[in-house]
Design a protein around this ligand. Structure first.
Ligand SMILES: Cc1cc2nc3c(=O)[nH]c(=O)nc-3n(C[C@H](O)[C@H](O)[C@H](O)COP(=O)(O)OP(=O)(O)OC[C@H]3O[C@@H](n4cnc5c(N)ncnc54)[C@H](O)[C@@H]3O)c2cc1C
Length: 130
């Protein structure tokens, strides 16, 4: 998966010469059941900028919906100080499947009191937005 975090644009191969391209950071866009074709020029523009060889893609389908993207792109993981026993693991945006093993380890460590060595988990606390 290749992502431009600034544009919140990404693509990944689906096999059989198909590619999934996604984009979007609108705070108040309408939620529709199907693809929003008004959005196509913006996606094609970002694709031309980041992956020119994909720019002339032929559209075969699409979808639209709400994604939980945080202001700094990072997820929200960790205990909530004001609610005893409550641990967040959300805000994964467009990467929650890929990162779910690591997220699971972090949350499990926080619940059991073990330390997490592979990342500074303070980066993910909800309190960073306060
Ligand atoms: C089009 C698209 C493509 C994506 N592609 C990728 C990809 O290639 N790789 C990748 O890693 N990630 C991808 N993602 C992102 C990934 O799907 C998410 O990050 C991940 O699913 C988030 O998991 P989650 O468990 O945090 O939340 P969710 O999967 O959203 O689960 C939350 C659940 O809570 C339920 N819920 C909500 N409110 C309530 C309530 N009040 N009471 C009870 N239940 C409630 C919801 O119904 C839902 O089942 C993609 C997302 C989209 C939309």
């Amino acid at each position: 998966m290749v992502e431009d975090a600034e544009l919140e644009w990404y693509y990944r191969g689906l096999g059989n010469e198909k590619v999934l391209i996604g984009m979007g950071r609108e705070l108040n866009a309408p939620a529709t059941d199907g693809p929003n074709m008004d959005f196509l020029p913006k996606i094609r523009g970002a694709t031309t900028y980041r992956a020119p060889r994909l720019a002339n893609f032929e559209l075969i389908g699409g979808t639209s919906g709400i994604r939980p993207i945080t202001p700094d792109i990072l997820p929200i993981i960790g205990p909530v100080q004001s609610v005893g026993g409550f641990v967040n693991c959300c805000g994964w945006g467009g990467e929650g499947i890929m990162h779910s093993p690591a997220g699971g380890v972090i949350v499990a460590n926080q619940i059991t009191g073990a330390s997490t060595s592979f990342v500074d988990t303070r980066l993910f606390l909800a309190s960073r937005f306060v």
